[in-house]
Design a protein around this ligand. Structure first.
Ligand code: ADP
Length: 190
């Protein structure tokens, strides 16, 4: 059975890759299909995204990257796929995804939409979140593969990944109790 996993993948994240890995064990072939969407201003070109996906999935022999435009269902038919694969992160995804699945069913009764629930650890993760963090100088090393993190840092002009800053309130020394040991004073200032 062939599954098409359509999306923007701008860029592909560890959440997408977790889903692709699990789908590759369920289906004979998984086609990760980048939608060429003229209405969106992407961070990466379609070609860059295809390269990022291919590199990230090279350990999965039954996964391929491709791009398409127009209706997803038409593309799935051309690729002789039986399944459209989508991920569900939260209830907020569900409404729009269900609407899309119903719409696609009116276009082809032969193709089923299959939803995979995201793994818990990635349920907050989206390409937009990754871009937002990077735009403000944060590290995205824990959200995307290393080669994609480098691509992103290049786009936002910071070459070396930075630690995500955690804002802490400095406690004025004069407000510390006198008996506070010196090592604790040090901890408070870090
Ligand atoms: P789209 O523009 O179609 O939403 P995306 O690239 O954002 O494209 O997402 C493609 C698919 O991947 C969607 O089905 C989306 O629900 C799913 N997805 C996005 N992020 C995650 C994640 N963290 N875990 C699992 N699935 C995800």
């Amino acid at each position: 059975m062939i599954a098409v996993y359509p999306g923007s993948f701008d860029p592909i994240t560890l959440g997408h890759l977790d889903l692709i890995g699990r789908a590759s064990r369920l289906f004979d072939r998984v086609i990760v299909a980048v939608l060429r969407n003229p209405n969106k201003m992407p961070l990466f070109s379609v070609q860059q995204r295809l390269e990022q996906i291919s590199l990230s999935t090279q350990h999965l022999p039954n996964v391929e990257a491709d791009s398409f435009d127009g209706l997803t269902i038409n593309y799935a038919q051309i690729r002789q796929a039986q399944v459209l694969l989508r991920g569900l992160r939260a209830v907020s995804d569900f409404e729009i995804e269900l609407q899309m699945a119903h719409t696609n069913k009116t276009l082809s009764t032969q193709i089923e939409t299959v939803f995979l629930a995201t793994s818990n650890e990635y349920s907050f993760l989206s390409s937009s979140v990754v871009k937002e963090i990077a735009r403000f100088g944060g590290s995205v090393d824990h959200l995307v593969p290393p080669h994609i993190a480098l691509d992103i840092y290049q786009c936002y002009n910071h070459n070396s990944p930075m630690l995500n800053p955690i804002t802490t309130q400095a406690i004025p020394l004069k407000s510390m109790p006198m008996e506070t040991p010196p090592e604790m004073l040090h901890d408070q200032q870090v």
